[in-house]
Design a protein around this ligand. Structure first.
Ligand code: NAD
Length: 353
């Protein structure tokens, strides 16, 4: 029996493959863009410059100041660079930080936005933007935030270091896992979520063994696209709330925090989410939460908040924050259980319900 559901598709265009960087020019043309500003982080400035020179007259310049958490000061500096540059479009080349800057500029200027993701974070498939100002992070969702076109070029991910591939891949898996028990889950998004977890869980160990494994990179990027689609389509729950709280309050690294927390959040929700556990079982086994923790260990990702630099004294504060304005969650939250979950995650202990 198929239960009733609502399915809301986001209207983005996706070009996926190897060597698809060649398609940037024609895809910009398709968007009506004559001269695009290329965005990147400082670390990927030379890749952005190479893309700009490939575009020739189609590039209006490079702004290589993107950074984590989309600070408003950086967005303002980029707006100043846009002014007078003649740019009538944006190309964001990089991970979630660069995509975030592209989104922040697109929503302010209305310019068309083409994203070229080089990590597995998935931001390019969502209409969500988190920005920071005066140390506070504010998140909003608006259909105009969704990039117009996304070009996935597997070749650009071959240089993503093994450690970042592992944590970024676990970050992606977290979107798919939470989509399976989302309040507004639906059969289409659940199909994508299961396929995504299967592809990434198989590909990540192969990538860590050989970061240049092209087939595994294909599967991981395809899985990451699906995970991003899940994140952009249905609501997230306890796991994402905990990661946002920990990231914001203790300045913990984004992808690594997801990798540590996901097995604990899934174990907490398992009994209240039989449908999700049933869908994950063929892919991860009957105890999918423990399987995810083993996967993290196997691919060398951190498995404790202590290893990420969180002080033990922060556990109580994190529990209080997680209980304040909680997201919807399949299992009701109580402070003692959340504190116990955080204590296990801090120490890197095995998962428990
Ligand atoms: P990131 O974009 O900060 O990248 C980390 C570093 O890796 C950067 O220096 C980057 O230049 C470099 N890098 C990226 N790709 C590379 C590659 N292929 N080879 C070598 N170096 C590479 O990290 P991220 O994890 O992709 O993104 C995290 C940010 O994205 C966070 O701010 C998070 O909040 C945001 N995010 C937002 C959404 C959303 O829907 N709004 C979703 C996921 C993540």
């Amino acid at each position: 029996m198929t239960a009733s559901f609502t399915y809301n598709a986001n209207p983005g265009r996706v070009v996926f493959g190897s060597g698809t960087i060649e398609r940037v020019g024609p895809e910009l043309e398709r968007l009506g863009v004559r001269r695009a500003m290329v965005l990147s982080t400082p670390a990927q400035q030379s890749d952005a410059a190479a893309l700009a020179s490939r575009l020739g007259d189609g590039a209006a310049g490079v702004f290589a100041g993107a950074t984590m958490h989309t600070p408003v000061e950086v967005t303002e500096a980029a707006l100043a660079a846009l002014e007078g540059s003649g740019a009538d479009g944006l190309v964001a080349l990089g991970g979630g930080s660069t995509t975030g800057l592209g989104k922040a500029l697109a929503i302010r200027t209305g310019l068309p936005h083409l994203a070229i993701p080089t990590t597995y974070a998935g931001s390019e498939m969502t209409p969500i933007l988190g920005e920071t100002e005066n140390g506070e992070k504010r998140t909003r969702s608006d259909p105009r935030i969704l990039p117009n076109t996304v070009i996935y070029d597997v070749d650009l991910t071959l240089g993503l270091p093994a450690g970042m591939s592992a944590t970024s891949g676990l970050n992606a898996i977290a979107h798919a896992v939470e989509a399976l028990y989302a309040r507004d889950r639906n059969p289409i998004v659940s199909l994508m979520a299961v396929e995504a977890v299967a592809k990434l869980a198989a590909a990540l160990p192969a990538i860590v063994a050989n970061p240049a494994d092209h087939d595994a990179r294909d599967d991981a990027l395809y899985g990451a696209w699906l995970c991003g689609t899940c994140l952009g389509s249905v609501g997230m729950a306890l796991h994402h709330k905990l990661c946002h709280t920990l990231g914001g309050s203790f300045d913990l690294p984004h992808a690594e925090t997801h990798g540590v927390m996901l097995p604990h959040a899934l174990a907490f929700n398992a009994a209240a989410s039989p449908e999700a556990i049933g869908r994950l079982a063929p892919v991860l086994g009957a105890d999918s939460a423990s399987a995810l923790q083993q996967l993290a260990r196997r691919i060398g990702a951190p498995t404790s908040l202590a290893a990420l630099g969180m002080p033990e004294s922060g556990i109580d504060r994190a529990a209080d924050l997680a209980m304040a304005n909680p997201y919807w969650n399949p299992r009701p939250l109580d402070r003692d259980s959340i504190r116990a979950l955080l204590a296990r995650a801090w120490a890197g202990e095995p998962v428990a319900a």
